[in-house]
Design a protein around this ligand. Sequence first.
Ligand code: NI
Length: 251
Amino acid sequence: MGWIDSHCHIIDEAFSDDFDEIIKRIEENNIERCMIVCCYDHEYDKAIALAKKDSRFDVAVGIHPSDVKKLNDDIWNKFIEYSSNPYVKAIGEIGLDYYWDKDNKDDQKDIFIKQIEIANKLNKPILVHSRDAMQDTFDIMKKYRARGVMHCYSGSREMAKEFMKLGYYLSLGGPVTYKNANEPKEVAKIIDDDKILIETDCPYLTPVPFRGKRNEPSYVIYTGKYISELRNVDEDVFKDQLVNNYDRLFR
Ligand code: NI
């Protein structure tokens, strides 16, 4: 049994020079599931081609909250067209980001809700990005119920329990391994066995011992091992839980 990466951006130009080597290391390190998250329409075809070729890959498409200002009809229509593609297993990443944009909160909410409704119509789960906007994100996900996951969850233990009560999954990334990340480590201990996922969010958020360098899917192993120790669970048992959770949510 191998590890999973429930959220990676391998079509990002950060990987354009050594894309084949990244894929090779995913195979060599036995990363069994890999959700390729496409925030830009020019990434869609390459991601879908990869998923067609290799069953370890799935694709997600969505309009990121930080791109709401740039949204136009062409981008929206292409998103709609690809959202129903059978290799697209999730709608994301979508959500709210008040860290980068504070002056268009209503527009962000509107696009978030529209995409949740599309996901529900297609019966696909959502991948949710939330930065400096946890309460608003939660309120929307409570009102417009969907299946899905809080990607790179960085909230409190209390909030984590509230999300789980609504049936949502919580995915943890590299920051759990950072020295001063006290709350994320506590969160990692209390997520239910059937609600936890792990991810890289590469090329960002690289786990220790590669913090500061470019992240890639095969580094999810470091995050996975670290969390299995925090949760005091055998590594193979944990891998099993992760693959089962991934498949239940996405496949
Ligand atoms: Ni991401």
